[in-house]
Design a protein around this ligand. Structure first.
Ligand code: C5P
Length: 399
C-alpha cells in the first residue's frame, strides 16, 4: 500500500448512476483520499470527463492508446499506483467482461493489471441484475475476492422497483475507508446484539401503528461492530436496507417479537445495543378481520409494550454491557441521563432530533454519549463514522 494508504482508482462504467460519481469523488477527497478517475466510452455519455477532472483535480484517463496520457502515467503505473480500484457504477457489461478477463479498453486492462484490491458497486435494471448470467458473473468475481458492494433496493431510474440501485456515495465511501484502513479487532471473540429500525404494531390484518425510523443507525452499528471483529446479531424491524453481509439477521415485526428475540440473544451477548425505535404501545386486541369504517370518531385501546432494553439491562445472570439510544427534542442531556439511570443502562447515546438534517432517516447524525457520570460529544458526521466511534467507545469499556 502507498504511504497515504488512500489512493483510489475510480472506474466509471456506463450507467445512469454515473451521475453520482462527482459526489462520490468529493466525499472521498473529504476523507483525504487521492482519487484518479478512469472512464469507459459509455460512461462519458452519462457524466463528462471535465466534471470528473474538476472534482478529482486530476486528468481523467479514458484511452489505452493515448500517447500523452501514457507519457504522464502509463496504464501499468496507474494500475500499481492504486491501493483500491473501485468500479462504480459497475454495469452488467463490465461485470461480464471482468468475469471473462476481457481487456479491450483502459479500465478493463487496468483491472487485470492491478495488484490492488478491487471492489465493484453494481448498478443496473433489476431484471438485468437478477439474470442468471449476471449472477453467475458476480459469483465468479466474489470467488476471486472482488468485493461486491450492493446493489441496494428501491426505485430505479427506469421506473422499475427492485434490487439494482448503486449504493449511495456515502455508503461507498464508508466501505472504501473500511477496506483501506482496517480497524484493530477490538471486539474479536465478542458477540454484539443490536436492535434496529421501527416496530409495527398490528391493528387488524391490514393496518398497523409504526414510526419513521429508517434503521440506518442500527445497520451502521452492525457494520462497525463487524469491522472490529465482533460476531453480530442484528434484530431488525421492517426497513428498506440491505443488512451487512456476515451478520446474523433476525427480522421481526412487532415489539413483542423484538422482545422475544432480544431476550433469547442477550444472555449470550457481550454487548447489547438497543437502537430500535420500539413502539411504546400496541393494540390491546388485534382485530381478526379488517376494522370497518364507523362514525366520525373511533377509539383505539392501547396497552404498554415491554421495555426491551430495560429488560436486558435487568438480567442478573449473563448480563451484556447494555447501550441505549435516546432521541430527544429538548433538554437532551437531562432526559438521556434520566433514561440511563431508570433503564439501568451502562451507556446511552443521545441525539437532538429537533435539528434539521440529523437523526431520523438522515444520513448524518451527531451524538452525545453518557456513561457513569461522564459524557463525550461526537460532532456531526455520517452515521457510518459515528457508529464506528460509538462501537470503539463501547469496546474500550469492556473487561
Ligand atoms: O424510552 P425511549 O423509547 O426514549 O428509550 C429509547 C431507548 O430504549 C432505545 O435504546 C430503544 O431502543 C429502547 N427501547 C426499548 N424498548 C421499548 C422502548 C424503547 O428497548 N419498548
Amino acid at each position: 500500500m502507498s504511504q497515504t494508504h488512500k489512493r483510489i482508482l475510480l472506474g466509471i462504467s456506463g450507467g445512469i448512476a454515473a451521475y453520482k460519481c462527482a459526489e462520490l469523488v468529493r466525499r472521498l477527497k473529504d476523507q483525504a483520499c487521492e482519487v484518479r478517475v478512469v472512464m469507459t466510452e459509455s460512461a462519458k455519455q452519462f457524466i463528462t470527463p471535465l466534471t470528473m477532472q474538476a472534482v478529482s483535480g486530476e486528468p481523467v484517463a479514458d484511452s489505452l492508446l493515448d500517447p500523452a496520457a501514457e507519457a504522464a502515467m502509463g496504464h501499468i503505473e496507474l494500475a500499481k499506483w492504486a491501493d483500491l480500484v473501485l468500479v462504480a457504477p459497475a454495469s452488467s457489461n463490465i461485470i461480464a467482461k471482468m468475469a471473462a478477463g476481457i481487456a479491450d479498453d483502459l479500465l478493463t486492462t487496468l483491472l487485470l493489471a492491478t495488484p490492488a484490491k478491487v471492489a465493484i458497486a453494481p448498478a443496473m435494471n433489476q431484471q438485468m441484475y437478477a439474470h442468471p448470467a449476471t449472477q453467475a458473473n458476480l459469483s465468479t468475481l466474489a470467488n476471486r475476492e472482488v468485493a461486491i458492494w450492493g446493489p441496494g433496493q428501491g426505485e430505479q431510474a427506469c421506473g422499475d422497483v427492485g434490487k439494482g440501485r448503486m449504493l449511495e456515495p456515502h455508503e461507498l465511501v464508508a466501505l472504501a475507508l473500511g477496506e483501506l484502513t482496517p480497524e484493530a479487532p477490538l471486539l474479536a471473540g465478542k458477540t454484539v446484539t443490536i436492535t434496529a429500525g421501527p416496530t409495527r404494531e398490528a391493528l387488524d390484518p391490514v393496518r398497523y401503528i409504526s414510526n419513521h425510523s429508517s434503521g440506518k443507525m442500527g445497520y451502521a452499528l452492525a457494520e462497525a461492530a463487524l469491522a472490529l471483529g465482533a460476531h453480530v446479531h442484528l434484530i431488525s424491524g421492517p426497513v428498506a436496507l440491505t443488512p451487512p453481509p456476515d451478520c446474523d439477521v433476525h427480522m421481526v415485526s412487532s415489539a413483542l417479537d423484538m422482545h422475544q428475540a432480544a431476550m433469547k440473544l442477550a444472555p449470550n451477548s457481550d454487548v447489547f445495543i438497543g437502537c430500535a425505535a420500539v413502539a411504546d404501545y400496541r393494540a390491546a386486541d388485534i382485530a381478526e378481520q379488517k376494522i370497518k369504517k364507523q362514525g366520525d370518531e373511533m377509539t383505539l385501546t392501547l396497552v404498554k409494550n415491554p421495555d426491551i432494553i430495560a429488560d436486558v439491562a435487568a438480567l442478573t445472570a449473563q448480563r451484556p454491557y447494555t447501550v441505549g439510544f435516546a432521541a430527544e427534542t429538548q433538554d437532551v442531556a437531562q432526559y438521556a441521563q434520566g433514561k440511563l439511570k431508570n433503564k439501568g443502562l451502562d451507556m446511552i447515546c443521545a441525539n437532538d432530533v429537533s435539528q434539521a438534517g440529523i437523526g431520523f432517516n438522515a444520513n448524518d447524525n451527531a451524538l452525545t454519549l453518557f456513561w457513569d457520570k461522564e459524557q463525550q460529544s461526537l460532532p456531526l458526521a455520517s452515521k457510518s463514522e459515528l457508529a464506528l466511534t460509538v462501537v470503539k467507545a463501547i469496546a474500550g469499556k469492556l473487561n
